[in-house]
Design a protein around this ligand. Structure first.
Ligand SMILES: NC(=O)c1ccc[n+]([C@@H]2O[C@H](COP(=O)([O-])OP(=O)(O)OC[C@H]3O[C@@H](n4cnc5c(N)ncnc54)[C@H](OP(=O)(O)O)[C@@H]3O)[C@@H](O)[C@H]2O)c1
Length: 355
């Protein structure tokens, strides 16, 4: 009798945007996938048609986490944020084929040691090496905020013997099932039939994006080639904010004029979720050399899928008496600064009519 050679994976946080894309990619490649989440985000119901099983699990329940994780060919952890999560995963040494952990590109520091968490404005925005490589300096302090904790988690993981861990550093993640899709900044303007959008810095800001479908490709490659490594995980496109805006408006078949001005945002006017005073662009050279990675999907096609998903989700919520704010509470929290139309209109009136 032939032994079953089906490879198995556990995805911690498998109903999130990265988890859904990875589950789909792996299942299409013949993997048997187990998705774990707490039960708050439903994820992609269509995955049930594939060899994908979903269980309820809080990663804080370490014994249950380890019991479900041991013995898999791949464990993908999308919700590891701090050293104690690394300590949990360290206990998988020798018991897992390949461990992939999602970190963040915000661990990098600029020339003066600054990093994203402590930015107060354009004047103290870090001047990052261009492009950022995995060997560039990362934050190393005891602050208990997002980026220092992620960096400490990375170091803790890399110090574990016999742990085949690939750490991925994405930029601004986009994909279907995102709870906070940045592209909503432009999507909503198109749906609101805004005729113009205002961008600071001549629309030239660049902040690496990361399509979940491209992250899934990297996860699959790391599963095929286990190792102990850190890899950037961003789209090759390196688009400017103006190019992102045009891409979103094109996907929605809407003509929206981009009105760009030099210099930093004026209050919220001209600012976007990708507005950075200096470029934050990550190099994909290491993934290409080490894994033979080639980006499968460009930003425009990947973003179109996320935009389509989001527009349908908001439309369905509207039809059933809901709202985008209830559907996406994390985005609703940003609404005051993202959609300050009166300030934008006042700027445009002065700029266009001289009033
Ligand atoms: N968003 C970005 O632009 C960005 C940029 C750089 C790095 N990252 C990194 O990307 C990762 C987030 O991935 P994502 O965007 O795919 O997340 P996401 O869409 O917010 O989904 C999070 C997933 O994790 C599950 N989850 C949350 N807490 C859990 C817990 N305690 N135990 C088990 N499951 C849990 C959620 O489902 P339930 O709620 O049902 O449990 C959901 O399935 C993070 O590590 C973050 O640092 C994100």
């Amino acid at each position: 009798m032939q032994a079953d050679t089906t490879r198995t994976a556990l995805i911690i946080g498998g109903t999130g945007q990265i988890g859904v894309a990875a589950a789909r990619r792996l299942a299409h490649d013949g993997w048997s996938v187990l998705i774990a989440h707490r039960g708050e985000h439903a994820g992609d119901a269509a995955l049930a048609d594939l060899d994908v099983t979903t269980i309820r699990l809080d990663r804080d329940d370490t014994e249950s986490l380890l019991a479900h994780a041991r013995g898999h060919d791949l464990v993908l952890d999308t919700v590891a944020y701090e050293p104690r999560h690394a300590d949990q995963l360290a206990r998988l040494a020798g018991d897992v084929g390949s461990l992939v952990v999602v970190s963040t590109g915000s661990v990098y520091t600029g020339a003066d040691g600054g990093y994203l968490d402590i930015v107060t404005g354009p004047e103290d925005f870090p001047d990052f090496p261009l492009p950022l490589r995995e060997t560039d300096p990362v934050v190393d302090n005891a602050e208990k905020t997002y980026s220092p904790l992620k960096a400490a988690m990375e170091r803790r993981l890399l110090a574990v013997d016999d742990l085949p861990v690939s750490i991925l550093r994405p930029g601004a993640v986009h994909g279907p099932f995102s709870p906070r899709l940045r592209e909503w900044f432009f999507i909503k303007r198109a749906l609101d039939r805004r005729e113009r959008v205002v961008l600071s810095d001549d629309g030239s800001n660049r902040f690496s994006t990361s399509a979940t479908v491209n992250l899934a490709e990297l996860v699959a490659l790391c599963a095929d080639k286990p190792g102990r490594r850190v890899l950037n995980a961003v789209d090759d496109d390196a688009l400017s904010v103006a190019e992102i805006a045009r891409t979103v408006f094109t996907a929605l078949d809407r003509e929206v004029e981009i009105v760009a001005f030099p210099g930093p945002p004026i209050g919220s006017v001209g600012s976007t979720p990708w507005t950075v005073a200096h470029p934050l662009l990550l190099s994909m050279a290491a993934a290409t050399v080490e894994l033979g990675y080639h980006q499968p999907v460009g930003y425009a096609d990947a973003a179109a899928a996320a935009i389509d998903w989001m527009v349908r989700a908001v439309d369905a919520a509207d039809r059933h008496g809901g709202s985008w704010q209830r559907l996406f509470p994390a985005l609703a929290d940003q609404a005051d600064t993202w959609f300050e139309y009166p300030a934008e209109d006042a700027f445009l009136a002065e700029r266009i009519t001289g009033r």
